[in-house]
Design a protein around this ligand. Structure first.
Ligand code: ARG
Ligand code: ZN
Length: 874
């Protein structure tokens, strides 16, 4: 069944207030929900109340104090219909349900994770707790009473402020929570269990004293210290940058080990995958620190962009997600290095969103139909959605963008809003028409931006052309508003100021506004031919085609004043070589790696003008999946692998002396610190390990690094290199075993141990993955563990997943069938690994298709997995 945007209409009934009682028991949980309802003005006074359910067991229904019996109501596991309700005024309906949280392996609704009761309600999990108008435009206040055994659950939490608590005798106790902010049901949360806590406090700009708490499994609260620090920095930043203050007296975070996604922004009670809370230098990498900072900020920022202003319907998901990702990206850019952060974001966008937007799972940022909303928590909605907000900021400029945000907060606080509401605020505050820009939300696909340059007699002519092909989503292909940030760079590496001649596209400072299918811009009076630096900061999510002279690109890679553009110039050159070399190899030929490009990479490794983190990003080769995307069609993953290996070998031999010099430069001393400078230094040293090990052909350097490491970043970098390149050596096995023994009891580190083996770029990784799922510590029901092994192979190991005999496809499909029975949402997410199947050579295509078809043919697939499989095949 397909849900369509055009079918949206408000509910007949409003829910003003929800009173919930949870009686948590070791076997079952009893729930009573008393809803205060009222018919909305102008609706049919005889219309029945139809509530959503999912897999529910009803134990009673009351209207006021009167117990109802059929035919006054009608109940199935997924619907409760009530008839003959009052035509006017407020009335109360009470619904009793019974659940088995321990048996809830879907991890949606109320479930138990490691003995802890917890909830996940977005998008449609609340209907697995009680019958409700489970949609984001039904906003109510909530009062929640939780009862449980004190021994099993000394901690009882829900949204809002604590109101009451006490003893019930017989080892039972209770707590009452009150949330004064009207909210949709997807923001409801409850947590109960035996948890440790780390507390702190924050005083808001206007003086509100907020009690902060992060709850963890017992014994782990010390590992929440960095998350707490990130939370306080996020709260301060949102005040300074967007004028947004926190609005309750308490803010709680709970870290849970079984969680489908990263985290959830429930009002006043954020629930997190513990991966995004728990850290210390001995168990977490620098990447994990960055992830915690980002996700803590993201969920906190949702309090305004998501909670106080929520979505009218799920088609508007990007309203809260794209905007909140934009906000967390800006936060990270301010807290760390803006250029490093931007490169990481663009890298992620190209690796995740571009393939999605260019394959069968393509959809617009604001979709108009879906079968299963959980399958739309995608890179397109989140990351491309964030790029669209970034473009609005580029088009309006910082000041008018802030004015638009202020207007949005002022006008829509308390609303369930739409994308159109959001855009209208920027049109008004910016005095600008965004109707063409809005096409970005409706037209799926990655536009191509073609740039041409011509220089004669002091005149530079830039030709710009945009093109959007119709793709799987079948949406329009009209020209869009593409902001192109640019610079004209002198021989000496300075930005030139040149006045554009009249006509052509509109130019505002350093931004060209391309709004037509093509445009020409002429710059006059130039003494020398400038180097053209376009799409600075990746000012629009497009594929850039610019037939620029090789010398110009090499020079820009060395001296573009814009750090992001230097990185882009170099990685584009490397990417192009790897693309060509992969195509050549597939045809049995070879392609030489231009020595000038190789030298540019080597030079960047010791370029003191660049911060170390940037140098690390400049010397990292694009991964195999990225190269496959650049090849685009008829991909032979073996040829890609060999081409990349050959390039690495060339780089390693030619750069060995330089890399060794940089690597041996005394590392900064002092204890571990997660600050950006220290992270950069570690990143650079670890990036050098690979070429240095290839050059020497020996694992000695990696073994030495593994032995000497005093933090997880260095330890994991060394161990991964050993497992991926020196897998057959006995010493590698001992290192893996030593690592396992040391961290056996540490779930998050053991996930890494599983992942690094599943991602070894060898065809036999399929058999290795099969052995890993037989390991006593493998648990299919734990999403992090399932992702570590199945996701490791399917999305982190192009060579093995796309093995020539189809064993990778078949193995993943088999695991998806097993996982789907437990957790459809996680199975569907992992199944998206098949999204690029049509870009491979014909033999692999038919093997992938067979695996997909065998999945599609199963009668018992969940709606989640069936939706992904069918769209991927379509
Ligand atoms: N709103 C959450 C976040 O972006 C994600 C929750 C997604 N949950 C789901 N079941 N799809 O922070
Ligand atoms: Zn979010």
């Amino acid at each position: 069944q397909v849900i369509r945007l055009e079918d949206y209409r408000p509910t007949d009934f409003a829910v003003h207030h929800v009173d919930l009682v949870f009686r948590l028991g070791s076997e079952t949980t009893e729930i009573e929900a008393r809803l205060t309802l009222e018919r909305r003005a102008g609706t049919d006074p005889a219309a029945p109340l139809v509530l959503d359910g999912d897999d529910l067991t009803l134990t009673g229904v009351w209207l006021g104090d009167e117990a109802l019996a059929p035919p006054r109501f009608d109940a199935t596991p997924d619907r409760l219909t009530l008839r003959e309700l009052p035509a006017a005024g407020r009335f109360q309906v009470t619904i009793a349900t019974r659940l088995d949280p321990a048996g809830n392996t879907q991890l949606m609704g109320l479930y138990r994770s490691g003995g802890v009761w917890c909830t996940q309600c977005e998008a449609e999990g609340f209907r697995r707790i009680t019958y409700f108008l489970d949609r984001p435009d039904v906003l109510a206040t909530y009062r929640v009473r939780v009862e449980a055994d004190r021994a099993a659950a000394p901690v009882l939490l829900s949204n809002g402020n604590p109101q009451d608590a006490g003893d019930l005798g017989g080892g039972r106790h209770f707590a009452v929570w009150d949330d004064p902010h009207p909210k949709p049901s997807y923001l409801f949360a409850l947590v109960a269990g035996d948890l440790d806590v780390l507390t702190d406090r924050f005083v808001t700009a206007s003086g509100r004293d907020v009690a902060l708490a992060i709850y963890t499994e017992t014994g782990l609260s010390a590992r929440a210290a960095y998350a707490m620090d990130a939370l306080k920095r996020s709260m301060r930043w949102d005040e300074a940058r967007f004028g947004r203050e926190y609005d309750l007296d308490i803010f709680n975070i709970v870290a849970i080990s079984d969680f489908n996604m990263g985290a959830m922004e429930n009002k006043g009670l954020n629930v997190f995958n513990h991966k995004y809370v728990l850290l210390d230098p001995d168990t977490a990498t620098d990447g994990d620190y960055a992830g915690v900072e980002t996700v803590i900020a993201h969920e906190y920022f949702h309090n305004w962009t998501g909670n106080r202003i929520t979505c009218r319907d799920w088609f508007q998901l990007c309203l809260k997600e794209g905007l909140t990702v934009y906000r967390d990206q800006e936060f990270s850019a301010d807290e760390r290095s803006a250029a490093v952060k931007r490169i990481a974001s663009v890298h992620g966008l190209k690796a995740q969103q571009f393939p999605e937007d260019q394959g069968p799972l393509q959809h617009p940022v604001r979709p108009t139909r879906y079968r299963e909303i959980n399958n739309f928590y995608t890179a397109t909605v989140y990351e491309k959605g964030a790029e669209l907000v970034r473009m609005i900021a580029t088009i309006l400029g910082a000041e008018r963008f802030r004015a638009g945000m202020d207007l949005y907060f002022a006008r829509h606080d308390g609303d369930a809003a739409t994308m159109e509401d959001f855009l209208a605020c920027f049109e008004e505050a910016g005095g600008i028409d965004l109707s063409q820009f809005a096409l970005w939300y409706h037209q799926a696909g990655t536009p191509t931006l073609t740039v041409r340059e011509r220089f004669e007699d002091g005149r530079l002519t830039l030709g710009l052309e945009q093109d959007l092909q119709r793709g799987a989503a079948g949406t329009g292909t009209q020209p869009m508003h593409i902001p192109v940030r640019f610079g004209l760079v002198s021989e000496g590496g300075a930005d030139l100021v040149a006045e554009p001649a009249a006509g052509g596209a509109e130019i505002d400072g350093d931004v060209i506004h391309l709004t037509t299918p093509s445009a020409e811009i002429v710059f006059e009076g130039l003494a020398e031919r400038p180097l053209v630096s376009v799409l600075r900061g990746f000012s629009a999510p497009v594929t850039l085609r610019f037939e620029q002279r090789q010398e110009d690109r090499l020079r820009l890679a060395r001296l573009d004043p814009d750090a992001f553009s230097r990185w882009r110039a170099l990685t584009d050159l490397v990417g192009e070589h790897l693309r060509n070399a992969s195509i050549a190899r597939a045809a049995g030929e070879s392609a030489a790696f231009d020595a000038r490009i190789v030298d540019a990479i080597i030079a960047s490794a010791e370029d003191e003008r660049l911060e170390p983190a940037l140098r690390a990003q400049m010397i990292a080769m694009p991964g195999e999946a990225e190269i496959a995307r650049l090849v685009g069609q008829n991909v032979d993953p073996e040829a890609v692998h060999e081409a990349r290996e050959a390039a690495l070998t060339t780089l390693a031999r030619r750069g060995e002396a330089t890399f060794a010099r940089v690597h041996e430069a005394p590392a900064a001393t002092g204890p571990f610190s997660p600050d950006a400078a220290a992270v950069g230094r570690r990143a650079l040293r670890n990036a050098l390990l690979l070429p240095l090990s290839i050059a020497s052909g020996s694992p000695d350097l990696a073994h030495a690094a593994f032995a000497a490491s005093d933090n997880m970043t260095d330890r994991l970098a060394a161990l991964t290199l050993l497992a991926h390149r020196f897998a057959t050596e006995a010493r590698t096995r001992s290192a893996l075993d030593a690592f396992f023994e040391r961290y056996e009891r540490d779930a998050l580190v053991i996930d890494k141990w599983f992942t690094l083996q599943a991602t070894a770029p060898v065809p036999e990784a399929v058999e290795a993955a099969e052995r890993l799922i037989g390991h006593p510590l493998f648990q299919l029901a734990n999403p992090n563990r399932a992702r570590a092994v199945i996701g490791g192979l399917a999305t982190g190991n192009q060579r093995a997943f796309n093995r020539a005999d189809g064993a990778g496809y078949r193995w993943v499909a088999d695991q998806l069938v097993a996982l789907d029975r437990l957790n459809p949402q996680t199975a569907a997410r992992l199944a998206t690994a098949f999204r690029s199947w049509r870009s491979f050579e014909p033999r692999r295509q038919s093997l992938a298709m067979e695996a997909l078809r065998s999945l599609a043919a199963r009668p018992d697939l969940s709606r989640d997995l069936a939706d992904i499989v069918e769209r991927t095949l379509a």
